[in-house]
Write a protein that binds this ligand. Structure first.
Ligand SMILES: [Zn+2]
Length: 276
């Protein structure tokens, strides 16, 4: 696993904030996610070859967020694979993400372009070499989130359905769907869990903690809304003590209020410009 920085995307980290996984198989290397830029992808491809002594035969994308997908240029479109929802998301938002990434990460992004995978992944199994990968096409962090479970080793690469000791991001989240996906992943016999962000551990703590964070978000934001707080007041609300150890807790909480509050207002407030 290549460990992402527990930070927001910046010119200092070049967007290398997400964890990337490399599997060795007798048929070749498998990478899960390709990183934030062309430059990162080129180094990732070389590293995977160096570590395994074989070419990359499959590069899987867990979801369409820019810190996970912009290294794709380093791989042939014929080895790139993702659920249809991820490809659709890239078609729709990829260019906007690329522009945003140039602003945030600067020169690291030079020459980076959107590449669409040619292989569509559905839920099910695929044998690559001696590994049997189970693909779980889920949703909640975004409209389409792939988790990859290596059945023989028990390693789960959860993508951004799981964060650990780093606050989850919610710009495209559907919280009830995310909770359902966490419940489904929690059924697996996991020997090691690679979250999208944060350390890999031999326990499913990342799933538990992500669920706790989503519950906290829902409760705090709903409570603020029901008390009639303005969005800026809701952003200032205290967070529970356990979140003090979570990187970027306040930052992501504020961003989540910005993502989720307008929807609550749209759903919960009567329209004054339409008469019944
Ligand atoms: Zn993400």
């Amino acid at each position: 696993m290549l460990v992402g920085a527990d930070e927001a995307i910046s010119r200092a980290n070049g967007g290398a904030i997400a964890n990337i996984a490399i599997f060795d198989t007798s048929e070749g290397a498998i990478v899960v996610d390709t990183g934030p830029s062309r430059r990162y992808g080129v180094e990732l491809e070389a590293l995977a070859r160096q570590l395994t002594g074989k070419p990359v035969v499959r590069a899987l994308l867990t979801h369409f967020h820019p810190d996970h997908v912009f290294g794709c240029q380093a791989f042939s479109a014929k080895v790139l694979a993702a659920p249809k929802g991820v490809v659709d998301g890239l078609k729709q938002s990829g260019e906007d993400f690329a522009t945003a990434m140039y602003y945030l990460a600067g020169d690291w992004m030079r020459g980076t372009e959107v590449v669409l995978p040619e292989i569509i992944i559905n839920s099910g199994h695929e044998d690559i070499g001696e590994r049997r990968l189970r693909y779980l096409v889920l949703d909640g962090h975004t409209d389409s989130d792939l988790a990859v479970f290596d059945e023989r080793s028990g390693i789960l690469v959860a993508g951004d359905l799981a964060f650990l000791d780093r606050a989850p991001t919610t710009p495209h989240a559907d919280l009830p769907a995310w909770n359902r996906s966490i419940a489904e992943l929690s059924q697996l016999s996991i020997s090691r869990l690679v979250p999208g962000h944060g350390p890999a551990e031999t326990t499913p703590r990342a799933l538990v903690q992500t669920g706790q964070w989503l519950k906290t978000l829902e409760e705090r934001i709903m409570d603020s809304f029901e008390r009639g707080l303005a969005m800026t007041e809701a952003m200032d609300e205290p967070l529970p003590a356990w979140t003090e150890k979570i990187a970027l807790a306040r930052y992501e909480y504020e961003r989540s209020v910005m993502h989720l509050y307008p929807k609550l207002e749209a759903d919960g407030w009567p329209r004054v410009d339409v008469s019944n």
